[in-house]
Write a protein that binds this ligand. Structure first.
Ligand code: ROI
Length: 165
């Protein structure tokens, strides 16, 4: 990015259900705050949610962070993957299985991307209570590209089980 380019408002989803998930998410928030070219503008509370996917895994701790960044979408993705790896993320486990730390680019401004590495808005965003509820805490008036108002997505949601800590 050129110097002086104004930052983009990006939202990142955090999730963990292994190795002290609360500590994983808290330390990941601190690491997001120290990314280059990036400010952590807001962080939601932590939420406990039942697993989406195989049920024989622990509940998740989830949160959402608002970043103001001049990193490109793919540079941001790579920075998130570096943090995941530093948390011992093993990408060879069962599909939708448990994980020490998952960091997803949920939204990158009003950008829509449909690439092999990165899809934005995140394809699961519109249906996942553990994303939408913390997102609404920090950005209640958000317009979600290709989906419209966040409030509309929340209205159609089964929020049962997602509990604010
Ligand atoms: N389920 C919950 N509740 N929270 C997550 O962050 C989460 N992440 C995942 C899958 C395995 C889809 N299930 C999840 O990647």
């Amino acid at each position: 990015m050129m110097p002086g380019t104004s930052p983009t408002v990006a939202y990142v989803g955090l999730g963990s259900n292994l190795d002290d998930p609360i500590a994983q998410v808290r330390s990941a928030l601190r690491e997001l705050a120290s990314l280059p070219q990036t400010q952590l503008a807001h962080a939601s509370a932590l939420y406990r949610s039942p697993p989406l996917g195989p049920a024989n895994q622990p509940d998740y701790i989830n949160a959402v962070a608002e970043l103001h960044t001049t990193l490109s979408p793919v540079a941001l993705l790579e920075a998130l993957q570096n943090i995941e790896q530093a948390h011992g993320r093993d990408r060879h486990g069962e599909h939708w299985g448990p994980r020490t730390l998952d960091l997803d680019v949920l939204l990158y401004g009003q950008t829509i991307l449909d690439g092999p590495r990165l899809r934005v808005p995140h394809p699961g965003l519109a249906a996942r209570a553990f994303v939408l509820i913390p997102l609404a805490e920090i950005a209640p008036a958000l317009q979600v590209p290709a989906h419209g108002p966040l409030s509309g997505l929340l209205a159609g949601l089964d929020a049962a089980g997602t509990e604010r800590l």
